[in-house]
Design a protein. Structure first.
Length: 146
């Protein structure tokens, strides 16, 4: 009788162990699949222009990486509609140009787009607005509107 009781507990233990193992493996696969999918996902955020565009459409492709934007200097004319497409190639970043209400989150491995009208002249700093590591404060650039 004791042998059957021991055997039953051993089988129950093995079933529980196998279930835990299978659940852990399937959860790991889901996380892996989600990570692969996010690396390929393109997030498009278009901010409506608050001012009427009187200039050209200017498309700018930018790369965000620790701890820089490339290009770090952008030059457009007053009245241009600026379409900024930013590809983030490493960790969580963001880009902010407060004077033009640009506040964009940049998930790792994604491309995000924002559109605005350059309706004032001057030099405007843009920067990473999401902490991205030890050189975060150096991640900035200049938007020049002639």
């Amino acid at each position: 009788m004791k042998y059957n009781n021991f055997l039953g507990k051993a089988i129950l233990f093995m079933v529980v162990l196998a279930t835990v193992f299978l659940v852990a493996c399937s959860s790991e696969q889901v996380v892996e699949d989600q990570n692969s999918a996010s690396a390929q996902t393109s997030v498009n955020i278009v901010q409506p222009a608050e001012s009427e565009a009187t200039g050209d459409r200017v498309d700018i492709d930018m790369i965000a990486r620790q701890w820089e934007f490339e290009p770090s200097t952008i030059e457009v004319n007053k009245g241009d509609t600026v379409v900024l497409t930013v590809t983030n190639i490493d960790v969580e970043h963001g880009i902010a140009i407060p004077e033009f209400n640009v506040d964009l989150e940049l998930a790792p491995g994604t491309t995000s787009t924002v559109e605005f009208v350059a309706d004032k002249t001057g030099e405007f700093k843009f920067n990473c607005n999401t902490y991205c590591g030890a050189g975060h404060e150096l991640m900035e650039g200049i938007l020049i509107v002639n």
